[in-house]
Design a protein around this ligand. Structure first.
Ligand code: COA
Length: 369
C-alpha cells in the first residue's frame, strides 16, 4: 500500500496496511498482526480484554465507511512488527480534524518508534487538510490512586498522571489535555429492589412520558425521530474545548450503524422515552453486547433532549434497558460506561445505579495554528 516511510531509526518502516474485506482472509494478513498488538496492549494494561474490540468488529470498523475514512499502519523494525498507528478522517462533519492513535510494543519503547509513527500519521492528516488532531488514551484507575502528580484537564474536571508514558509522549508532541472521562463498571443484574426504588422516584417526575424499546432495529415509524435525537448526542453533551461540530444523523446513518453492528457480531438494545402528547422522542439509551465477550455489556450513548431535561428520563430509560439485559444476554455480568468528568448529571445517575470507577480516559488535542 502507499505511505511507505523509512525513518531515522535504523531498520524501521511505517506502512499503511490493507484492511481485509473478507473476514475469512483475516488470519494471514497484516491486519491480524495489528489486532494481536491491540490484544497484547489490553492484556498488559488491564489484565483482560473487556475493553478490546473483537477481531470481527475491528475488521468492520477499520474498513471505514461513507462518514469516516480509517487507515491502519504497522511499524516494523528489521521486518518484525513493533508498533501500530491508526488515523481516522471524518468525512461528513469535522472535516478539518483527524483522530490519531499510536501503540509501541512494550519491549521497543523509548527508541523513537512512537514518534516516527505519529509523524507519519500527522503528515498524512496534514496532506488531507486536517489542522486539528485528536487522541484518546484509556488507562486503569490504579495509575491514579498511587498518589501520582496530576496533569489537570483544561475542562477543569480531573486529570491524568503526569508521569505516565502516554502523558509524557503526548506533551512531548505538543498535545494538550482537554478533557478527562471516567470509565466505570456495574455488576449485573442490579438488585430489583434498588431498580424499583429509583424507578419510583423517577416516575414521580416523569408524568406524560412513556418508555418503549427495541432490539437491533429501530421500528421504521420511529427511525427519523430517533436519528434527530442521535444528532444531539454530538453537541448536547459536554465536549470541553474540543470544538467538534455536530454530527448529522438521518435514517440511513441509523440503519448503517445497526447493520455494521450486526455484521460485526454486536447486538444492541435501545430504550427511549416518548412524550405522550406530542409523540416526540425525548430520551434514549443504548446497550451493546458481543457474543465473543458474553460477560460484558457496553453502555453506549445516553441522551435526554434539552427541552425534556429535568424529568428523570435519563434514569428511567437506563433502568428499562438494564432490566432487559438478563433476558437478552443472560451470560452478562458487567456493564461498562464512559462519562466526561464534568458531566455531573450523568455521573450521578450512574453512581445511584451502582457503577464504580475502573479507569480514566485522557482526551488530547493538538491544533496547528
Ligand atoms: C506512548 C507510547 C506510544 C510512546 O512510544 P515510544 O516509542 O516509547 O515513544 P518515543 O520513544 O518516540 O518517545 C518520544 C518522547 O516521549 C516522551 N516519553 C515517551 N515515553 C516516556 C516515558 N515512559 N517516560 C517519560 N517520557 C516518555 C519522551 O519525551 C520521549 O523522548 P526521549 O526518549 O527523547 O526523552 C508507548 O509508550 C505506548 O505504546 N504506550 C501504550 C499506548 C499509548 O499510551 N498510546 C498513546 C495514546 S494517547
Amino acid at each position: 500500500m502507499s505511505s511507505s516511510n523509512f525513518s531515522a531509526v535504523a531498520g524501521l518502516s511505517v506502512e499503511r496496511i490493507q484492511v481485509p474485506k473478507d473476514p475469512d482472509a483475516i488470519m494471514a494478513t497484516d491486519f491480524r498482526a495489528f489486532h494481536d498488538l491491540d490484544v497484547a496492549h489490553h492484556l498488559d494494561l488491564w489484565g483482560n480484554l473487556d475493553r478490546c474490540s473483537t477481531l470481527a468488529e475491528a475488521v468492520l470498523f477499520w474498513q471505514g465507511n461513507e462518514y469516516e475514512e480509517r487507515h491502519v499502519f504497522l511499524a516494523r523494525l528489521d521486518g518484525s512488527v513493533v508498533g501500530s498507528g491508526t488515523l481516522t478522517l471524518p468525512l461528513s462533519e469535522n472535516t478539518t480534524t483527524a483522530g490519531v492513535d499510536v501503540r509501541v510494543d512494550a519491549a521497543y519503547r523509548r527508541r523513537g518508534i512512537g514518534t516516527k509513527i505519529l509523524e507519519v500519521l500527522e503528515q498524512q492528516a496534514r496532506g488531507r487538510n486536517r489542522v486539528s488532531f485528536d487522541a484518546f488514551c484509556s488507562e486503569p484507575l490504579g495509575l491514579l490512586i498511587q498518589g501520582s502528580e496530576l496533569l489537570e484537564a483544561k475542562s477543569g474536571a480531573g486529570g491524568v498522571p503526569l508521569d505516565s508514558a502516554s502523558t509524557r509522549f503526548a506533551l512531548h508532541h505538543g498535545y494538550s489535555l482537554e478533557q478527562v472521562e471516567t470509565n466505570s463498571t456495574l455488576a449485573v443484574p442490579v438488585g430489583e429492589a434498588l431498580l424499583q426504588e429509583l424507578e419510583a422516584q423517577a416516575t414521580q417526575r416523569a408524568a406524560g412520558y412513556g418508555v418503549i424499546g427495541w432490539r437491533n432495529h429501530c421500528p421504521d415509524d420511529l427511525v427519523e425521530a430517533f436519528a434527530k435525537l442521535k444528532s444531539l448526542m454530538s453537541t448536547e453533551v459536554p465536549i470541553a474545548g474540543l470544538g467538534w461540530e455536530g454530527e448529522e444523523w438521518d435514517a440511513t446513518r441509523v440503519r448503517h450503524e445497526e447493520s455494521t453492528w450486526l455484521a460485526g457480531g454486536v447486538s444492541s438494545s435501545v430504550a427511549v422515552a416518548r412524550h405522550d402528547s406530542t409523540g416526540e422522542l425525548a430520551a434514549y439509551t443504548t446497550l451493546t453486547h458481543r457474543e465473543a465477550t458474553p460477560g460484558m455489556v457496553y453502555q453506549e450513548d445516553t441522551l435526554v433532549a434539552p427541552r425534556h431535561r429535568g424529568h428523570r428520563l435519563g434514569m428511567l430509560v437506563k433502568i428499562a434497558n438494564l432490566r432487559r439485559i438478563q433476558e437478552l444476554w443472560p451470560a452478562a455480568t458487567s456493564v461498562m460506561t464512559w462519562n466526561a468528568n464534568e458531566n455531573q448529571h450523568m455521573l450521578a445517575i450512574n453512581i445511584a445505579l451502582g457503577f464504580k470507577p475502573s479507569g480514566f480516559d485522557g482526551e488530547w488535542q493538538k491544533r496547528l495554528e
